[in-house]
Design a protein around this ligand. Sequence first.
Ligand SMILES: [Zn+2]
Length: 136
Amino acid sequence: MKAEEESAEGLKQRFTQRYSRHGSKLDRAVQTALGRCVKEHLFLPSKRRVYTVVGNLGDEFIDPEKPYCSCSNFFFRGLGQKGELCYHLLSYVIASESGLVDTTTFSDEEYELLMAALVSDVFHILDTSGSSPRQV
Ligand SMILES: [Zn+2]
């Protein structure tokens, strides 16, 4: 593992052109990736993967292929439709292309438990951020 050699500046330069319109979110994403906050939960033997990003308020659930993120920014600003990414998804791109994703292996039996914990975390964040709509 030579990930430590990646510097914030180096990473930023590498991704700046591709994500220039994301502005300061890129800085934040670089820090998040470098801080090893992008987590891959790998379930065996199914090889199902679940990704989360540890943010200030707790874990956000991301699906890089859709792309989708459970954070309120992504949801309320409709970033997905605009082809824009929130900093969680940006962090994932940077981390996955730089070998900075932190992988933990679980057994398939643990899948439901982990998802339940994640979902309750996500709803807790929506509750405390004060911007959650009454009806979803
Ligand atoms: Zn997000």
